[in-house]
Design a protein around this ligand. Structure first.
Ligand SMILES: *Cc1c(COP(=O)(O)O)cnc(C)c1O
Ligand code: SF4
Length: 447
């Protein structure tokens, strides 16, 4: 039996209440305190007590996952902050510096806020993104926070209060109406933040209507969550844990597929008794758990980590799903792994696991045109190239049409790649521009 744990959050103002931090050399602790003012910081008692190995800080990957460090700031930003703090600037002025740094960190990568918002009767459906034909993303307004914040999160700007939660749908029926009128949609993916931060009563408001008449075309309900890593007690001992599991059972009994899209960055996250019990319990409802993660410098940039993670997952009944490339935002310079290296990590890990783990795809970039996987390298007519492939395309017809880019050892994203064989552009570019222009006009008309 797992004993009940009460969720306790620690934020910037509570740093002094985490005594283990005093084990850090003074300069590192100073850097941590600077970085925690710039990047959103939140951690809970489970992560502090059960995940982090305090004998191995700051190198412990679980520590790096949640604690901002001085090195996550670029040098010039570090010195700006250091100066501001040492000169004891009034809070308002320090805030100004913090905001300038944040705007320097590409807070809204890849047109996140604007490109994929759908329309219904000529009006924007807030809190919904519809990019790939079959799958609609929903951002419940009360699910836009997490049980801890990841230092590398590409949605960090939202937690830093830089967006007006434009995404977040209110409890209104708009997204349901939208789904009702889009029969091509088979999948609804609830995301955030972390939707599992919501109490069961809130969750029901979103999930239960999809089980009723008019939504027969919705075959798969997915919930994107890091709760198994950050708060497994969500499924074990929280006051509404029992009801959460009953809700999952109800969805499965209705005949739909319920997929928990878990976010695991390292095998350490599924080593604790609580995490394992949470996985067992969720699976006992009939829900499937799939897993995804970006490849991250300082956290999981080794084939061994991935290999072990996939094997452990398969053993626990979790299906490896995606390896992502980290987006260019926030502390990107700290976490970035070049595409060529990510490919090697993937290849090396993939070649050492059985077919049950080879459900995983990647490394993949969630970019403006679509999810693009780096499938491998090849030498064609004497030119070394990356072989790329759309796993998802803004136009679904782009999928599974391998294309080529010049091999580039340092590139970390699509926009740094050039078409191979001296071609001027990639095959999808003209059409992509047309689609984006069309969307922009539509959105302007919708106001
Ligand atoms: C990844 C993603 C999806 C889901 O794609 P699958 O390949 O079906 O998992 C849907 N919408 C957006 C915007 C995505 O980035
Ligand atoms: S749990 Fe997900 S959304 Fe929340 S901070 Fe981590 S990566 Fe970001």
């Amino acid at each position: 039996m797992i004993a009940k744990k009460e969720l306790k959050f620690f934020t910037l103002k509570d740093l002094d209440r985490i005594p283990e931090l005093s084990k850090l050399p003074e300069e590192e602790l100073f850097g941590l305190k600077l970085a925690a003012k710039v990047f959103p910081f939140r951690v809970n008692n489970y992560v502090l007590e059960e995940l982090i190995d305090w004998t191995n800080i700051p190198d412990d990957p679980m520590f790096r996952l949640v604690f901002p460090m001085g090195e996550m700031l670029e040098t010039q930003h570090y010195y700006l902050m250091k100066q501001g703090v040492e000169e004891e600037l009034p809070p308002k002025e320090l805030k100004k510096i913090i905001n300038e740094i944040r705007y320097d960190l590409n807070p809204h990568p890849d047109g996140q806020l604007t490109h994929n918002v759908p329309l219904l009767d000529g009006e924007i459906v807030r809190g919904v993104q519809h990019k790939y034909r079959e799958t609609v993303l929903v951002f419940p307004s009360s699910g836009q926070t997490c049980h801890s914040y990841c230092t590398f999160c590409f949605r960090w700007a939202q937690f830093a209060g830089m967006t007006d939660l434009k995404f977040a749908t209110d409890e209104s029926k708009r997204f349901q109406e939208y789904l009702r009128s889009h029969k091509e949609v088979t999948d609804v993916l609830f995301t955030g933040g972390d939707p599992m931060i919501m109490k069961v009563q809130k969750l029901k408001i979103y999930l239960e209507p999809l089980l009723s008449e008019g939504f027969e075309h919705i075959q798969n309900i997915r919930i994107g969550t890091k709760s198994i890593s950050y708060w497994p007690y969500r499924y074990l001992t929280d006051d509404d844990s029992r009801e959460i599991l009953e809700l999952f059972e109800k969805i499965v009994k209705s005949g739909k597929h319920l997929a928990i899209m878990a976010h695991f960055n390292h095998w350490r996250e599924i080593e604790t008794e609580a995490a394992r019990e949470a996985i067992r319990t969720i699976r006992s409802t009939g829900a499937e758990i799939r897993s995804q993660s970006p490849v991250l410098r300082h956290i999981n940039d080794s084939a061994d980590v991935w290999q072990k993670m996939w094997k452990e997952q398969v053993k626990l009944g979790v299906v490896p799903y995606y390896m992502f490339i980290e987006r260019d935002t926030g502390a990107h310079h700290y976490f970035a792994v070049p595409l060529a290296e990510a490919l090697e990590i993937f290849r090396e890990a993939y070649s050492h696991v059985s077919g049950l783990s080879r459900t995983v795809r990647g490394p993949s970039m969630s970019s403006t045109p679509g999810k693009i996987a780096i499938e491998g390298t090849a030498t064609i007519n004497g030119e070394k190239v990356f072989v790329l492939n759309f796993l998802q395309g803004r136009n679904s017809d782009w999928v599974k049409r391998p294309f080529f880019a010049e091999y580039d050892e340092t590139a970390t994203w699509l926009d740094e790649l050039r078409p191979a064989f001296g071609e001027e552009k990639f095959f999808f570019e003209d059409e992509l521009n047309k689609i984006l222009r069309h969307k922009a006009i539509e959105e302007k008309l919708a106001g």
